[in-house]
Design a protein around this ligand. Structure first.
Ligand code: NAD
Length: 331
């Protein structure tokens, strides 16, 4: 049994705690949160001990691994403390909002980086990973273009947005990782446009509510990412890949596959799964399973802090591009 502590018992901490607790090869031993009511709520559901200091969990002899689900600006500090204590880590995205701090953390981890996994859950979505595999199997020939549509159902609270680091570093970071993974090459050019089409108050934060990004790799492969903070019809998550021998599309998921036909309308379908916790339920479960297996088997985790740093570089480039209306080169 891998003995795990979840650090941070908020939205994503709740998802990961449940998945640890229901895993056959892991045990939820501790939940740490300075807001102890949050930690208590999770231990009441899934067992384990609630503590208010994450370092108490990290340094506890009974803990083999920690899942970092705390606010972004605490990730690096907790990850490095866990590494010093010899503990494996699954850390939520992004690594940090400051690329220099993220790269310094990668350096500081050294060989321990093989036991520190980044929480880019979309790689573990069944449809996305099938698409990835079928591209590699040659089903659409040479990959030419990737189109990612990624829209949230509604704007996050202003309090969250103030500390989020902006739409590129907080939200599109998932799509930057997805793009790198699907393309199989690092993008070297970024062009982004950003608009405030429905939330003018984001101007004070230097943030946007609606963005489009274009990426180009050294060999010329292209990717377009369409992203909005507000889609009135729900959480819109689509992946289209186009190549020399065809196209593949991983479409949205719905609560029901039934379609209704009537006198006034046809093909009436139910709503999209509304947000990340519903749309990616299975992906989070699979992500945890892969993490636990890698640590138990002593193999390198499949998504590393290096992936986190590369995605953050693209986010920084997109922010600069949108702010300055220029094409930005990434190394
Ligand atoms: N992969 C995903 O799909 C996904 C989804 C949501 C959030 N996230 C990421 O997860 C992180 C947390 O986001 P959230 O939405 O769950 O936030 P949240 O505000 O809902 O929860 C954060 C929790 O951490 C606690 N906390 C604060 N400081 C702490 C510390 N030093 N030690 C332990 N606990 C601490 C807070 O009291 C709170 O309970 C962010 O970095 C976010 O970007 C990832």
């Amino acid at each position: 049994m891998l003995k795990i502590a979840v650090l941070g018992a908020g939205r994503i901490g709740q998802v990961h705690a449940a998945n640890v607790a229901h895993h056959n090869d892991a045990q939820l031993v501790m939940v740490a949160d300075p807001f102890i009511d949050n930690a208590n709520a999770l231990t009441a559901l899934y067992g384990g001990t609630a503590v208010n200091n994450p370092l108490d969990a990290i340094n506890h002899q009974d803990i083999d691994a920690v899942v970092i689900c705390t606010p972004t600006d605490t990730h690096v500090e907790l990850m490095l403390a866990a590494a010093r204590a010899g503990k494996a880590v699954l850390c939520e995205k992004p690594v940090d909002l400051d690329i220099r701090k993220a790269i310094a953390a990668e350096k500081a981890l050294g060989e321990h980086a093989s036991r520190v996994m980044l929480g880019f859950n979309r790689r573990f979505d069944a449809g996305h990973s099938e698409t990835y595999q079928r591209i590699r199997n040659g089903e659409i020939g040479d990959l030419h273009q990737v189109i990612i549509t990624s829209r949230d159902p509604g704007l996050a609270p202003m309090n969250y947005l103030k500390h989020s680091g902006g739409i590129f570093r907080d939200m599109v970071i998932h799509d930057f990782d997805l793009a790198r993974w699907i393309l199989g090459e690092e993008p070297v050019e970024v062009f982004a446009t950003g608009s405030r089409l429905f939330e003018p108050s984001l101007e004070a934060l230097g943030d946007y509510d609606t963005v489009m990004v274009q990426l180009r790799t050294a060999s010329g492969k292209q990717c377009q990412i369409n992203c909005s903070r507000q889609a009135v019809y729900g959480y819109d998550q689509r992946l289209e890949v186009f190549g020399s021998n065809g196209m593949m599309l991983n479409d949205n998921q719905r609560e029901t596959s039934v379609r209704r036909y009537g006198p006034q309308e046809t093909e009436v379908r139910g709503p999209l799964l509304n947000f990340f916790m519903q749309r990616y339920t299975e992906a989070y479960r699979h992500e945890m399973d892969v993490f636990i297996s890698a640590i138990r088997n002593g193999s390198t985790v499949p998504v590393t802090i290096h992936d986190g740093c590369q995605a953050l570089k693209l986010a920084d480039a997109a922010q600069l591009s949108a702010d300055t209306h220029t094409v930005v080169t990434v190394d």
